[in-house]
Write a protein that binds this ligand. Structure first.
Ligand SMILES: [Zn+2]
Length: 122
C-alpha cells in the first residue's frame, strides 16, 4: 500500500515550517540572551557605582562623627560683629570670608575682645 504523495508532501512541508520556526525561535532566544547579558553587565556597573556613592556618603558621615566625638572644637569669629562661634553654628557658617577669623580656643577669642555666641555658652 503506497501512501498518497500529497500527504507526504504536506507532512514534509509542515516539518520544514516547524524547523524554520524553531530556528527563528532559537535566534530570538540568542538575541534575548545577549540583551540579558548586556543588561546584567550594566546592572553590575550600576551596582558598583551605587556602592562607590554609598562609600562616599559614609565617608562624609564618618568625618562628621569624628569631629563631634573628638570634642576638638573649632572657633570661628566675625571681625565685624566681634562674636565668636562654634564652627558648626549657623552664624559661623554665615560669616563672610573677609570677616572670618579662626581661634584655637575660647580664651584666645575673649582676650581679643570677642564675645561668645550662645552656641558656646552651653
Ligand atoms: Zn554661634
Amino acid at each position: 500500500m503506497e501512501p498518497l504523495p500529497q500527504v507526504i508532501d504536506n507532512v514534509k512541508e509542515s516539518f520544514k515550517l516547524a524547523k524554520r520556526d524553531i530556528i527563528e525561535l532559537a535566534q530570538t532566544v540568542n538575541t534575548l540572551n545577549e540583551t540579558l547579558h548586556e543588561m546584567n553587565k550594566k546592572y553590575q556597573e550600576l551596582l558598583k557605582e551605587q556602592h562607590a556613592m554609598k562609600l562616599k556618603l559614609s565617608e562624609k558621615g564618618s568625618k562628621k562623627i569624628i569631629i563631634s566625638t573628638t570634642g576638638k572644637r573649632q572657633y570661628v569669629g566675625s571681625r565685624r560683629a566681634l562674636k565668636v562661634h562654634d564652627s558648626n553654628c549657623v552664624f559661623a557658617k554665615n560669616i563672610k570670608p573677609k570677616y572670618k577669623i579662626n581661634f584655637t580656643s575660647k580664651s584666645k577669642a575673649l582676650n581679643q575682645g570677642y564675645k561668645l555666641c550662645d552656641c558656646l555658652k552651653k
